[in-house]
Write a protein that binds this ligand. Structure first.
Ligand code: ACM
Length: 524
């Protein structure tokens, strides 16, 4: 077993790398990070490295011809270049070498390097290490709900930067819900003309123009992330009914919807009126009307043409106002439409109940770490149809759950919800193992891990930072790092020490993380 800790001033500290690398080995000495350091090699990776060095240290490297030391950034040229997205990092007193199996791997090696930068007296250094690293899962996602509250392009770009620094490679955008439709589609212009202006709590809405969406997709690609757009159906579609009333059923008002209206306000949903509350499960598209499938073909067809990534997400959750057999029919037809567009459908796990679901549809599990109510059966059904599963256990990595009560925060200012087994501590966000959630499926059946951030109570970039950080780092580790218990880094004690050491970097990057008292934060 290799040593993964170094001793500094007689104190053993973890190298502050999150998510934990597959292997990282300290050695003696360090690389002094001085202005006269040359960065050679791949220009995109050099830009990414200069960005993190400048943010962390304020240094603008300007080596000139007589460079004292070198950082060499490259993509492996040999045919046998290693697993996709993997990298090798070697730091000694003279040279730093980052070699990616591909451009993404090189980018991830640069992120690791950025996390390793440390103070050295009045200057800066990078400890000598050798790291060999590759992701456990191919799909490592974050989801941002831009429907309950709209979040403009600069906020989304900021979230992309934050997620990419933790080696996430998917941004899932929840683009439509009862409260608003957020993406301009020329085939159905009334969606944004009529149904985008509102949000939860009578806050202003908004939407992405096609140019905005392209900007997000391109920015994500520059950070080695794909965008997975979600148009949620057949439920969560009250806003569709504002724009195209002929497609929508009347709201189905259950006791639980009346209870949410009573507790959180926002009134009861009424056909033809914008909905600004937080209840779920009352809306449905008309299942037995061909106009619905013309709509599905139009919106996903146009979105497919705008989305270079392989996935389109059709939602499928909480269709509580839709009869089960109607839901199954809708899922079969909508997933077939998406497959016929040459894209891979993704749906929330409820859609696993549909026998006729298109082969290879990916299921997104949002039940608990210990499944209840057959949620795991639904997830296994995707595998039976040749698909895979994304794990988003709500009581671990739903980033919109409240933190445990912090006596220093007035109750009225505590963001988030509690329905997923109550508040979620950082330790609970960390202490789960992807292979243990849905019994009976293999490691290969898990496409990956995704941390959703629903935004009923989340309105600003600061709110996003507070709820996401530090718990997003736990999700990153579940998605990237070796399985729990297979290395001495994959423990809560190691994780909290490594996250603690990232406090200064996150501060310099302007990330307003929650200073959870579970983490022994390092300050400078
Ligand atoms: C969900 O949380 N309704 C997917």
């Amino acid at each position: 077993m290799c040593r993964r800790r170094r001793r500094r001033n007689g104190v053993t500290v973890s190298l502050p790398v999150v998510p934990a690398p597959a292997s990282i080995e300290p050695s003696a000495g360090s690389f002094p990070l001085v202005p006269a350091t040359a960065i050679d090699g791949d220009p995109d990776a050099a830009v990414a490295l200069r960005r993190v060095i400048e943010a962390r240290t304020g240094l603008m490297l300007d080596a000139g011809p007589e460079a004292a030391r070198r950082v060499i950034l490259g993509v492996e040229a040999r045919a046998d270049r290693g697993a996709p997205e993997s990298y090798r990092l070697v730091v000694d007193a003279e040279t730093v070498t980052v070699t990616g199996a591909d451009a993404a791997g090189l980018f991830y090696g640069v992120q690791t390097l950025g996390q390793l930068i440390a103070r050295d007296g009045d200057g800066w250094m990078i400890p000598a290490v050798t790291a060999q690293d590759a992701p456990r899962f191919a799909y490592r996602g974050v989801m941002l709900d831009v429907a309950r509250h709209f979040h403009p392009v600069p906020t989304v770009k900021g979230y992309i930067d934050r997620a990419a620094s933790l080696k996430f490679n998917v941004l899932h955008l929840h683009l439509s819900d009862d409260q608003g439709w957020r993406i301009e589609l020329h085939s159905r212009p009334r969606l944004t003309e009529v149904a985008s202006a509102t949000a939860v709590g009578a806050d202003p809405g908004g939407f992405y123009t096609k140019a905005d969406y392209r900007e997000i997709v391109e920015y994500a690609a520059s950070r080695h992330m794909i965008v997975v757009p979600e148009l949620d159906m057949p439920g969560h579609t009250h806003a569709v009914g504002l724009a195209y009333p002929e497609l929508a059923e009347e709201p189905v008002l259950s006791d639980s919807i009346r209870q949410v209206a009573h507790e959180y306000g926002g009134g009861l949903p009424t056909a033809g009126t914008a909905y600004e509350g937080m209840a779920v499960g009352f809306s449905s598209l008309k299942i037995h009307d061909e106009a619905t499938y013309d709509f599905v073909a139009d919106v996903f067809g146009e979105l497919a043409g705008m989305t270079p990534g392989p996935y389109l997400h059709l939602g499928g959750d909480e269709a509580l106002g839709t009869a089960p057999e109607d839901f199954a029919l809708f899922v079969a037809r909508a997933t077939a439409i998406i497959s016929d567009l040459g894209k891979i459908p993704i749906a929330w796990h409820e859609a696993g109940a549909a026998d006729g679901i298109a082969d290879s549809t990916v299921g997104q599990y949002w039940g608990y770490v210990a499944p209840t109510d057959g949620a795991d059966d639904r997830a296994r059904a995707f595998v039976a149809h040749g698909g895979q599963v994304i794990l988003s256990p709500a009581d671990a990595i739903y980033l919109d759950m409240k933190y445990p009560l912090d006596p220093s925060t007035p109750a009225g200012r505590q963001l988030g919800l509690t329905w997923a087994n109550g508040p979620t501590s950082v330790e609970r966000a960390y202490a789960w193992e992807p292979s243990d959630v849905v019994a009976g499926i293999d490691e290969d059946d898990v496409l990956g891990v995704e941390a959703p951030l629903w935004t009923e109570t989340i309105r600003t970039p600061d709110d996003i930072d507070t709820m996401a950080f530090p718990r997003i780092a736990a999700a990153a580790e579940a998605a990237w790092s070796p399985a729990t218990g297979t290395s001495d880094l994959r423990t809560w004690e190691s994780f909290r020490a490594r996250v603690a050491s990232l406090g200064p970097l996150w501060t310099r990057l302007g990330i307003g993380f929650h200073r959870s008292d579970e983490i022994p934060w390092v300050t400078e």
